[in-house]
Design a protein around this ligand. Structure first.
Ligand code: SAM
Length: 459
């Protein structure tokens, strides 16, 4: 069996490379079928390529080997070293490869969020757009709209696993591009190919900067789903592809009920609150509204999530610094110098793209004061990678929580009741108290006051 066969996204990655190779060496036609003897087609001369949600590092490695070094990459998630996909900084590994957003970037509620800015930067000027078909059809449509508007005339090659691509994906593409080809299937994958084969005479400028400037006024906004949650009265904004869309997760709902009980009048309200893994931002908005902390730090590894959270917070009247204005702000050093954003009396807010809390300690521990360590940290961790149960992210989140929590702080987690997180929580944070439990979920509070960092290893 091929060593690649079990890797996630392996089939689409291979098929796309076979297609590109065949196009460059003149053996395949635009649709990915072998050219017949005597038949010929103009060979493409791609100079600038956008990679959207590349399944792994193979596309990025292949391109420079074929003389293409202007590579811009955008992924819906910040990918982490040691996982199936590429490390956070492509620029470190590939000459010419540039990642367009990195850990520690903040999302704001301005008109052009982190996702729009990133996709614009990645797509502007691209002559070839190579994208992995996302499972979420709304997100797929958003990618196609962005590619059509920001890289007009580019060849768009969307590679997907057949099991995730029903015919509606082809219809979505046909609704947006004058010509769409469907490749033959191979490696359990298929390509949807759109673009204008006469793109050689397109008039868009070729450098990313020029095209970025040209593309900005036209504007491209990632569409959002919006819902009002009747129980909390909060408005939820979610970019397509965000965890749970614009819905409210039942585990998070149980967590808020438990917190509402716990923070009844007698308990002093928390001053600094962190939400780790903020998703669509509903829970962050609830925390800000109900507990009225002075500081709220919300972070997520998903670019879609941090943008959604910034939008949700803003939609509920909470002031989120604008991403563009905030992009240059130095979180490490600057909290004391920052403009007061809490002019409506709400908390000072940061919505941060991050792997767990990697950017947080620098902010919290800066000698100038920085961001205060949380006296309440809230987390509804994921327990799936694709279809498989995977608790590794949750375990890393628990450990990170223990590292940043104020000495007398409390971390509140909600998780599926069958998962055995109690010993992990006890090890990295401190004694655990159950706050609530229903048929599916358990809510617990782990208290940092008795932090047992040096406790013996728990299996
Ligand atoms: C179960 S969802 C909860 C989302 C939201 N808090 C809610 O209650 O609806 C878990 C969230 O954790 C995020 N996440 C997963 N791994 C992460 C990591 N390493 N660092 C930060 N966030 C992560 C996911 O992107 C997802 O948005």
């Amino acid at each position: 069996m091929n060593a690649d066969a079990g890797r996630p996204g392996s089939g689409p990655a291979r098929l796309a490379l076979e297609y590109l190779t065949g196009r460059l060496d003149g053996t395949l036609d635009l649709s990915g079928r072998p050219l017949r003897e005597g038949e010929s087609q103009a060979r493409p001369g791609w100079r600038q390529v956008a990679l959207i949600d590349a399944p792994d590092e193979r596309w990025e490695n292949w391109l420079p080997q074929h003389g293409i070094t202007r590579i811009r990459r955008w992924d819906q998630e910040l990918h982490l070293p040691g996982t199936a996909v590429h490390p956070a900084s492509a620029a470190d590994r590939q000459p010419g490869g540039t990642d367009v957003a990195s850990a520690g970037e903040t999302a704001g509620a301005g008109p052009r969020g982190l996702v729009s800015r990133g996709l614009t930067a990645a797509l502007a000027g691209a002559e070839l757009v190579l994208l992995r078909v996302p499972k979420d059809r709304g997100l797929f449509r958003a990618y196609l709209d962005a590619a059509r508007q920001l890289a007009p005339g580019a060849l768009v090659v969307a590679a997907g696993a057949i099991k995730h691509m029903d015919p509606s994906f082809t219809e979505d593409m046909r609704a947006r591009f004058p010509r769409v080809d469907v490749s033959p299937a191979a490696h359990k994958a298929r390509l949807l190919i759109a673009g204008d084969p006469a793109a050689g005479d397109r008039t868009v400028p070729v450098t990313a900067q020029e095209t970025l400037a040209a593309a900005q006024p036209a504007g491209w906004e990632h569409p959002v789903d919006i819902r009002i949650d009747a129980e909390s009265g909060l408005t939820v904004h979610a970019l397509h592809g965000t965890f749970h869309g614009a819905g409210v997760d039942a585990g998070s709902r149980l967590l808020t009920r438990a917190l509402a009980q716990a923070f009844r009048a007698s308990t002093p309200r928390p001053r600094s609150v962190v939400e780790l893994g903020c998703g669509n931002g509903w829970l962050s908005a609830w925390l800000a509204r109900q507990l009225r902390p002075d500081h709220l730090w919300a972070c997520d590894v998903s670019r879609l999530a941090v943008d959604s959270t910034a939008r949700t917070l803003a939609a509920n009247g909470l002031t989120v610094p604008d991403a563009d204005a905030d992009a240059d702000a130095d979180v490490d050093a600057g909290a004391a110098d920052e403009p007061a954003v809490a002019d409506s009396g709400g908390p000072r807010i940061r919505v941060v793209l991050d792997d767990v809390l990697a950017s947080f300690p620098a902010a919290a521990l800066h000698p100038g004061g920085g961001w205060p360590a949380p006296d309440l940290l809230v987390c509804n961790p994921p327990f799936h990678t694709g279809a498989a149960v995977d608790t590794s992210a949750a375990q890393r989140m628990i450990r990170a929580a223990g590292e940043v929590l104020a000495p007398d702080g409390v971390a509140v987690f909600v998780y599926n009741s069958h998962l055995r997180y109690r010993p992990v929580l006890e090890r990295w944070i401190g004694p655990v108290e159950q706050l609530a439990r229903d048929r599916r979920f358990t809510v617990v509070a782990a208290s940092g006051r008795y932090r047992a960092r040096n406790a013996p290893e728990v299996g």
